[in-house]
Design a protein around this ligand. Structure first.
Ligand SMILES: [Zn+2]
Length: 81
């Protein structure tokens, strides 16, 4: 089966999803936030972002808390959180 890349419309996270004939893009569930309605990315290589799931969750947590990406490491020199 082909692997497609999607971008979540809710958390803007990108993830890969094994395609199947029965899948409708609008019903692909985001593994990061559980939201539906991800859009398929046409280009595999240009926007490829290598992040682990934990990185994504840490990033979204920091974003939700008003911090910055640096906050995920515990001490942040950018925003002093
Ligand atoms: Zn999401």
């Amino acid at each position: 089966m082909p692997i497609y890349e999607y971008r979540c419309n809710r958390c803007r996270g990108e993830f890969e999803h094994l395609g199947s004939m029965n899948d409708r893009d609008s019903e692909v569930e985001c593994p990061l936030c559980g939201g539906r309605g991800a859009e398929k990315l046409m280009s595999r290589c240009q926007t490829k972002v290598e992040m682990s799931l934990s990185d994504f969750q840490a990033l979204s947590d920091a974003t939700a808390g008003g911090g910055c990406v640096g906050c995920t490491s515990g001490s942040c020199s950018t925003c002093d959180k």
